[in-house]
Design a protein around this ligand. Sequence first.
Ligand code: KG4
Ligand code: ZN
Length: 334
Amino acid sequence: MYVLGVETSCDETSVSVTIDGKEVLSNVVLSQIDIHKEYGGVVPEIASREHIKGITYVFDQAMKEAKIEYEDLDLIAVTEGPGLIGSLLIGVNAAKVISLNYHIPIIGVHHITGHIYASNIEHDFEFPLLALVVSGGHTELILMKEHFSFEKLGETQDDAVGEAYDKIARVLGLPYPGGPVVDKMARDGEEEYHFPRPMIDSDDFNFSFSGLKSHVINLNHNMKQRNEEIHIANFCRSFQEAVTDVLVAKTIKAKDQYQVKQVIVAGGVAANSGLRQKMKEQITDVPVYFPSMKYCTDNAAMISAAGYYKYKKEQKYDDFMLNGSSRLEINKEE
Ligand code: KG4
Ligand code: ZN
């Protein structure tokens, strides 16, 4: 099946064509990061406007690179949520236009299922499988017993990991998005400060990052008031060590309890070098897969992949009532 994927949930306008959600013929991503950087974060109104400006070009480019015509498509998969509603609507409506015009069936996809299926593009899933989803909006441990079945084992009770990275970066005066910059600084630093590891020993699979975030922000503030010099790289390294210790410990606990055959890490924070290294060092009994960088952050190939497997499992399409939804549960689709 030729599957068109469309992703516009946040600040990336992306369209992709895959064959059966595995062979990527094109994956065009137009990023708005440089525009939002000026404001220190994504401005929803600007994001919607930029999607409108870029969407036609991105569709055209993805089709051109895939060397097929719209008539050749078998399925259109589009992110229906969660995300910024104004942004989601641009992708959903553009996908509906192509669907209606060329009589191609359409299917709405949950953004996080896309991040998870990014991994299956490069390595076949083996079940049961454990997915750690870490992005700007999500921190979740998800168990999959078969294709397109998602059991949420735990999630953050407050901030998402990526969100905490972005906020720490902001107080340290580093540019947006903070995750990659803090990660880069951390590589040159040492763990000079000892930060808490929230909920590392709790009996559940939940996370909490707001206390750690406040601790780090307060220390930074207090040191500044005392005119003490902050070693930024060491600060970043200490934060990264605390975060990755918790993520890895909880992942290992879930892996052992559910006897999974594979661990995958998904979402923007899966690009983190410290997390990659620690996971690989500490999990040696089953394979741990991270998507390559281009599939870690938001992209439409992962939506195309998830859409294909969703269709295979459910054997049904959406109708033209399909709409964007800023809040959407991952299990709504089962
Ligand atoms: O998945 P994604 O592209 O968008 C969402 O769905 O949220 O993730 C973006 C998030 C941002 O918070 C960004 O700072 C973080 O992923 N991120 C990283 C790294 N690269 C991106 N966080 C830590 N280390 C990185 N290398
Ligand atoms: Zn995402």
